[in-house]
Design a protein around this ligand. Sequence first.
Ligand code: IMP
Ligand code: MG
Length: 181
Amino acid sequence: MTDLHPDIERILISEEDIQQRVAEIAAEIDRDYKDAGQVVLIGILKGAFIFTADLSRKIHVPHSVDFMSISSYGDTAESIGAVRLILDLRKPIVDKHVIVVEDIVDTGHTMNYLYQTLMGRGPASLKTCSLFKKNRDRLDVPLDYVGFDLPDVWVVGYGLDYADTHRTLPYIAELKKEVYS
Ligand code: IMP
Ligand code: MG
């Protein structure tokens, strides 16, 4: 705890708690998909790359991993709700059992865009998974697997960034307000 980066206010979720929760989500997925045959995990770059790597290694049902990259307009803490597809999947998902793996859901615009886009491609089933969710009253998209609820602050670590920094911290930390506002 002594060497926290000066941008960081405090640690919100420890590395151990994240790893424990990821294992629980993997166990849920194993249970829900035990008779499904092949599952496709779609990790959303860049934020979910670490979560996708850890989750996929803890899942035992047969699965493959693919990635999409999505960008909101604006680089940092401003989200205006416009979502852009930067990089698409390598393979079609028609008739596949698909799970979208996101880092964090805030307004839900990104997950909603992903859900609509992927649903339009005719998967056998589509579920959503996000390790973190900020507390919102209303979301337009169903969330099937959620790791942790977070307060409405900007967080970094475990794949999540601020202007592409702090992604590789092993824990989830709250950024100091003066850094992002
Ligand atoms: P939404 O579209 O408002 O739900 O925002 C979701 C996207 O915004 C996520 O995929 C993240 O890339 C980003 N995001 C939202 N909140 C945070 C945060 O606190 N830290 C880092 N990224 C965030
Ligand atoms: Mg993201």
